[in-house]
Design a protein. Sequence first.
Length: 466
Amino acid sequence: MESPSRGGVFDEGTDARVLRFSESVRFDLRLFRHDIRGSQAHAKMLARQGLLTTQECQAICETLDEIGGELAAGSLPLKIELEDIHMHVEQALIDRLGDTGRKLHTARSRNDQVSTDTRMWIRDALDRTAELLLELQRAFLGRCEADRDVIVPAYTHLQRAQPVLAPHYWLAYIEKFQRDRQRIADCRKRVNQCSLGVAAVAGTTLPIDRQQTANALGFTGITRNSLDTSSDRDFVLESAFVLSVVATHLSGWAEEWILWSSAEFGFIQCPQAFCTGSSIMPQKVNPDVLELTRGKSARVIGNLQTLLVLVKGLPMAYNRDLQEDKEPIFDSFDTVHACLELAAPLVAGARLQRERIEASIEQGYLDATTLMEQMIRQGMPQRRAHHLVGAIVGEAMKRRVTLAELPLEAMQHHAPELDASIKECLGTRQAIKAFRSEGSTGPQQVDQQIAFWAKELQSDEATRAQ
Ligand code: ARG
């Protein structure tokens, strides 16, 4: 069988090795629903423009439905001679309708077709990503109430820094995933422009109506320049970038919970259904899902790199190189979706190890900064207060006591102006209560943020991440 795209200009058939080398149907089969839908919209537009009769259009649309059904059932045989999904659909149509089928490709090229199909596929995939992110945000929010009073250390440089309420962490993740959803919404705007009708590269001399097809396919508009459109894969790059940031956020979270679930931290217990055992060490309960989530970010970031290098230096406009965009972008979506599908139930099912956290929370002088700020409030210059608290912490370390346990006289030895009221901000529970700036871990601030997100993530608008 010879490819329908080989016109009369060819005297020779295609080398079998070239067919194997260049086929893409193996992976772009995934575009078939979008290809069918795009072809039907194209046919209807052609009919309205007088380029097809109503009967021809009807026959084409019905037969395309039939072909779509066979592709969904896996009963349409795939042949590498037909290269890609677009030619499979068209050839099946021609096999069934003859010359009527041969009219579908009027004012269309696979160049604008593949771009449109990919845009529609990515649009659906982005919507799924946003939906899964919302579920994950809701899982974090769901933890806030139950963990409301647990105090955990906040770290900088992975050294104990200041005390925070556990929900402050959960809210921090909600923020990150909110930005991811905003990036998706923004990227989707540029994905959601219709390429159909730019044909191969220069447009067409035939009287098509691009706006019609764009509307029928749910695009918000049409791309402006045919040359740009034929070459443009920014929408693939942007999606790959957005997914890389999601994967990076997931990886950071996974890393944190891997640490937190170690015996050294002992802060959290992952649900057993999300852990695996060791084939040799019977006592082990390993956080493999978290490790794989961290590990899989590598391929998502790698795919972004692949795509950037792929398009770098391509002359305008369509080049066959662009066929190589599918596997990386499909893989990025598959990978991120797989991670997100597990992340939400894992977050919901994990348990904080309250006793373990409590037992070590007074270690590390988490209240030192609060003490310093108390001294500033009493009129001491920050640099002097910083220095004095350093000396006071040093003294407490020497005596192996917490700041709350250190006698007032020992503090006064370093800073004679201190009085008994200074003790009120000491101890992590007291220290937490002293926070008041917007966005801080103060109980009031945290409660406000919980209330904000409870409303935000419940509303219909949440799905649009404005
Ligand atoms: N399979 C091709 C791709 O994914 C479709 C476009 C082919 N166009 C062409 N002129 N050979 O990019």
